[in-house]
Design a protein around this ligand. Sequence first.
Ligand SMILES: *Cc1c(COP(=O)(O)O)cnc(C)c1O
Length: 484
Amino acid sequence: MTPEEFRRHGRQVVDWIADYLAGVASHPVMSQVKPGEIRDALPARPPERGEPFEAVLADLDRILLPGITHWQHPGFFGYFPSNASGPAILGDLLSSGLGVQGMLWVTSPACTELETVVVDWLADLLGLPAHFRTDARGGGVIQDSASSACLVALLAALHRAGGGRVAVEGIDRRYTLYVSSQTHSSLEKAARIAGLGAAGVRVVDVDPGTLAMDPERLRTVLAKDVAAGAVPAMVCATVGTTSTTAIDPVAAIGEVCREHGVWLHVDAAYAGVAAVCPEFRWLNDGLGEYADSYSTNPHKWLLTNFDCNVLWTADRTPLIGALSILPEYLTNAATSAGSVVDYRDWQVPLGRRFRALKLWSVIRWYGAEGLRAHIRKCVGLAADVASWIAADPGFELHEQPPLGLVCFRPLWPGLVAAEADRATTRLMELLNAGGSLYLTHTRVAGRVVLRLAVGGAATERRHVEQAWEQIRWEHAALSATLPG
Ligand SMILES: *Cc1c(COP(=O)(O)O)cnc(C)c1O
C-alpha cells in the first residue's frame, strides 16, 4: 500500500469509525449470533491474490458487525466499561503509524520518555504517593492488562521474598500468596504462571456484609503459615472488586503485611481511576504507607481504548532485579551507562507498543477537568439508578460503594431461592435479547444478583431511565407468567 493509497483508505476507515460511533445506539448492544456463525461466513482459506481494501470494509459491515457486542453503546451496562474515545483511537492510530517497538530506551527514546512523563502525570492526577513517581525510588509502567500487572508484581515480590535467589534457583513449595474470595481470578492465574500453583494461594475470608477482606483473618492465616515454614510472598488487596466493587481495608491489611515483611499489591483495576476526583481520593487510603505496588486500568473507565493498564511500584529495584536479563544483542551505551529506563525490564514480553501515545492524547484532550466530569457523570447516574431500585418494592438493592456499579436483585414472591435465581437469570436473558441494554450478573451470598455498570462515554440520563423502565416492565411481565 503506497502512502497515497493509505491516505485514501485511511480516510475511509476514519469515516467508517466516525459513522460507527455516531450510530452505535442503532445496533443491538449484545451480539445475537450463534456460535460458529461468523466463522462459517468467512472463507476457510486465505486469498491467493491481494484484494482491494474496500472488500475488507464491506465484509466488516456484512459479516463482522452482526458478531460485535457494542461496548461503546450507551446501553452497555455489563461487566465493567471498556471506554473508547476519539483521542484514544487517534493516539492508537499514531502509535500504529509510527510502528515503533519500544523495548529499550535506545529503540525510540520518545517512546520511553513520553511513557515516563505520562505515568507520572497520571500518578499526579490520581493523587498517588510521591514515591510512586519515576523521579523517586518507584515508577510507573504501562502494561497490557491488570492481569500482567499482578503477575509482574508477584515476580517482584518473589524476588524480594527470596532475597534475589528466586531468579536463579526458581521457587520451592514454601512460597504463598494471599487473596480473598472476591479477588480477581488473574491473581490465581499469576500464581500458576509464577509456579506457586493454586496450592500456594491462600483465600482469606471476607466480611459477609461488605465482602471486604478480614484483616484479622489474614493475620491468623499468615502467622500460621509462617510458623509452618511457609514464605509469604505477596498479599493482594482489592480496591473495587470485580463482582461488587467491595473495598479491602488497605491500611489494616498493610499493617499485617508489615509485621511479616510481605509485599502488598493493591489491585484497583476498575475503581482506581475515580481518584481523579478529589472526593474519591479516599480510594488511595493506605497506599502511601503500605503498598509496594498498585495498578489501575485507564482502559476500563478512563476513556482510553483497550489496552492500557498502569502499574506503579514503591521501589523499582526488586522489579528490575526479577526481570532484567541483558543478552549481548541488546547491549547499548545508554543502557550500560545506567542513565535511561528500559521498560522491557518492567514487563513479561520483550517488545512493547507505544501505548503512552493514547493515554497522552486522552489526558491532553480531556484535561483533568474533563476526566473528572466523566467519572462524576457515571457515578451520578448510577446513584440515580440505585435510588430508583431502593424505592421499588419489587427489587432489592445491594448496598455498596458509590463507584458507578449498581447490584440488585429482582424479587419473586412465592419462589424459593433456587427458582428465584433461575427467574433472575431468565429476566437478564430476556433483557439482553431485547437489544437496547446489556446487563451481566454475579453471585452474592449464594444468590444471583444483577450488575448494572454505568461507565459509557455515550451514556446519558435518558439511557439509564430507559433501562430502568425496561427492567421494571420485563420483571412485571415475567412475574405474571410465574406461579405463586
Ligand atoms: C477487570 C479487573 C481485572 C482484570 O483486568 P484486565 O486488565 O482485563 O486484566 C483485575 N482486577 C480487577 C479488580 C478487575 O476489576
